[in-house]
Write a protein that binds this ligand. Structure first.
Ligand code: FE2
Length: 137
């Protein structure tokens, strides 16, 4: 099912991060569509590589912002990003060894939508409060 951008729940208060999260949603939705068209297995490696490459760019910027604004979620965010890297590297390795399967495609589809709905809404969006609460100098 496609994920819709929900500004109230997902916004970090920073336009560049929000745009990157929208791109994330776009990747997840494109893969979800491919899966519904029975092209999920064929698109699996391409999507996984795009997600991992994108994550490296995005995570660094987001962690820098959390440090800059003294966000209380900074450590939880860094550790969630680390778990994400491990999960995706593990899935990539499994596919290298055993080939892509429908189960892998379903797992990726689920993991992407869960990451967006759980992580962005409950961790990344806390940055908005930290920005609002930062004392003006
Ligand atoms: Fe994050």
């Amino acid at each position: 099912m496609p994920i819709m951008w929900d500004h109230q729940r997902m916004s970090t208060g920073l336009t560049d991060l929000d745009e990157q999260h929208k791109k994330w949603i776009h990747i997840a939705d494109a893969f979800d569509l491919a899966l519904s068209q029975r092209k999920g297995v064929a698109k699996l490696c391409e999507t996984l590589d795009a997600v991992m490459e994108y994550a490296e760019k995005h995570f660094g910027l987001e962690e820098d912002y959390m440090a800059l604004y003294n966000c209380p979620e900074a450590e939880a965010n860094r550790s969630a990003h680390e778990q994400f890297r491990k999960l995706y590297a593990g899935l990539r390795q499994q596919i290298e060894l055993q080939g892509a399967t429908m189960a892998d495609a379903v797992e990726l589809d689920f993991a992407l939508s869960r990451w967006i709905t759980d992580h962005i809404c409950s961790v990344d969006s806390k940055l908005r409060l930290a920005i609002e609460n930062k004392p003006k100098s």
